[in-house]
Design a protein around this ligand. Structure first.
Ligand code: A2P
Length: 284
């Protein structure tokens, strides 16, 4: 037993130094390299991962950066990924789809702690508080991996300082696809930084479209037939009080934009704040 233990420890040390060396080589070979610190798979289509944060990187909650891997042609293969972690976190977190034939995600889904990825430290985006006019209530409307920027905004104290009520909706095909968002929201109440701020302010409204769950249907349908407002006990969308941030597929963004505009809300931007802002969740 003792001998076995000694051998195990020795083997582990050798493996450890091998991994460290391999990682160092990979990092040296990549421009803007960051090291993967954790990976979690939720379904065969979804995973999240954490990477080291460049010391100089400052970002506003809701922004995205370009991340990726070196392509076979020796050129970086980069895509826009919303930063899912809050700005005070020492690491960066991302939430990603896995597309079997997606040029990047078919490879990215296999990353392991210790691997290196490329991360261009230039955050940008419109899903930021600066692009919204002050209001009473903010809606975060997400489908699929469009939840990612809200994972950052929901952990930002600014969100609860700016609004009296924060409503986050997340629509996915299946129940398991809600896990990342559901766990994140559940964890907020326990969070030492914002646990108290969240109490009584945050409402979470998950729905599924292809698997039975307590709440079913596309959020666009639930807005159109006013089920969302009846369920939450809030008045219909009103430009005087309500603000919205939207992140999902192209079709979703287009359809919800029409509904928000029909309710009298105008789209904002960093240069000209408005009543709602929109960003496409990256796919592929
Ligand atoms: P549905 O199952 O009815 O297509 P995806 O995984 O394809 O990105 O979709 C994520 C979720 O967004 C699904 O529940 C899907 O519903 C929903 N969705 C897709 N397109 C739209 C749209 N145009 N408007 C509202 N919801 C949508």
């Amino acid at each position: 037993m003792t001998e076995g233990g000694v051998i195990d420890a020795a083997t582990a040390m050798t493996e450890q130094s091998t991994v460290t060396q391999a990682t160092a080589t990979k990092i040296a070979a990549l421009p803007d390299a960051q090291v993967v610190t954790a990976v979690r798979h939720y379904t065969d289509r979804l995973f999240s991962f954490r990477v080291t944060r460049p010391r100089s990187l400052r970002f506003r909650s809701g922004e995205f950066v370009m991340i990726g891997l070196m392509g076979d042609n020796g050129k970086p293969l980069l895509r826009a990924y919303s930063i899912a972690s809050p700005s005070w976190d020492e690491e960066l977190e991302f939430y990603s789809i896995k597309v079997p034939d997606g040029p990047l995600t078919s490879r990215l889904q296999h990353i392991q702690p210790g691997d290196a990825i490329i991360l261009r430290p230039k955050p940008v985006g419109t899903l930021v508080h600066d692009a919204l006019l002050p209001g009473k209530r903010v809606y975060f409307f997400a489908t699929g991996t469009g939840f990612a920027p809200f994972a950052s905004l929901l952990r930002d104290p600014d969100t609860y300082e700016r609004f009296e009520e924060v409503i986050v909706t997340h629509t996915c095909r299946e129940v398991a696809e809600l896990t990342y968002g559901r766990e994140l929201v559940a964890g907020l109440a326990e969070d030492p930084l914002i646990g108290e701020m969240v109490a009584g302010k945050l409402r979470y409204y998950p729905t599924t479209t292809r698997e039975t769950s307590p709440r079913m249907g596309r959020i666009t349908t639930l807005i159109e037939n006013a089920t969302l407002f009846a369920d939450l006990g809030v008045p219909p969308l009103d430009p005087a009080t309500d603000r919205a941030m939207v992140c999902g597929s192209l079709g979703f963004n287009r359809d919800i934009k029409l509904l928000l505009e029909a309710a009298g809300l105008r789209e904002g931007a960093n240069s000209e704040p408005g009543e709602f802002v929109i960003e496409k969740a990256f796919v592929g």
